[in-house]
Design a binder for this molecule. Structure first.
Ligand code: AMP
Length: 249
């Protein structure tokens, strides 16, 4: 079984995001970038499948600027076998990403594509679903457990108020949720080994995809500043404040 894992380079989740002064977007200058945390979980799952003998090959793919190679090196250091970099500077919307991934799937013929449930920069939660639609493949989204063998995959999905278990025919697209696993840190020897692994380069044109954005961002704003909290001396004072100041009871 072959697993394809799309990984996105995003602003590191520890960074306090700043909006540009002209409010056209987020300031990326000198900001630490890392692999999207949900994609780390996807890579971890693919590597565990290899270690368990359920998968023979895990291939990482990233679409983005030159620096996306660093993200791919992280995936390789975690245990992916090889990587594909579709080089593109500038904005990429989920539909363009899904179309390019469909092109890579056409060339690589994986049995499973495991994506993050969402990228923490655009919070779109669209790419996996669009990819499965474009391919006509089964999809299991918000996955917190995976069991793949003999042409079928059983997944547990995190749904509102509970868990849903579904059986999918392969090939299939999965999008992973936080509780699926805890991704490993790449060890130094594995980081060194990853330097020798192959990263193939492609362009959107090689995959025949027009990447022109279809959405026009009008304005990006920071959330309103939160008011500081305060301590109350008694239940009566709490009730009074909730009633008269906050107006919630
Ligand atoms: P989104 O639909 O933008 O929230 O992204 C969902 C998932 O799609 C991510 O967790 C990645 O697995 C994948 N993805 C999105 N954009 C890219 C990209 N530029 N390169 C590789 N994978 C991506």
């Amino acid at each position: 079984m072959k697993v394809l894992v799309p990984v996105k380079r995003v602003i590191d989740y520890n960074v306090k995001v700043r909006v540009k002064a002209d409010r056209t977007g987020v300031d990326l200058a000198n900001v630490k970038m890392s692999m999207n945390p949900f994609d780390e979980i996807a890579v971890e799952e693919a590597v565990r499948m290899k270690e368990a003998g359920a998968a023979d090959e895990a291939v990482a793919v990233s679409l983005g600027p030159q620096q996306s190679q660093e993200t791919l090196r992280t995936a390789l250091a975690m245990g992916a076998d090889r990587a594909i970099h579709v080089v593109h500077d500038g904005e990429l919307e989920p539909l363009a990403v899904a179309k390019m991934l469909a092109g890579v799937v056409g060339e690589e013929a994986p049995d499973l594509v495991i994506l993050g449930k969402q990228a923490i920069d655009d919070d779109a939660n669209q790419t996996g679903q669009m990819l499965s639609g474009l391919l006509g493949w089964s999809q299991g989204t918000f996955v917190s457990k995976v069991d793949a063998s003999d042409g079928a995959v059983r997944v547990v999905r995190e749904v509102d108020g509970g868990l849903e278990t579904v059986a999918l025919r392969m090939p299939a697209v999965l999008t992973v949720d936080l509780r699926l696993n805890e991704p490993r840190y790449a060890s130094l020897p594995n980081i060194m080994k990853a330097r020798k692994k192959e990263i193939a380069r492609k362009t959107p044109a090689d995959l025949g995809v027009d990447t022109t954005p279809r959405l026009n961002t009008l304005r990006v704003e920071e959330p309103p500043k939160r008011q500081g909290g305060l301590k109350v001396g008694s239940v009566a004072e709490l009730v009074d404040k909730l009633h008269n100041d906050a107006g919630v009871i």
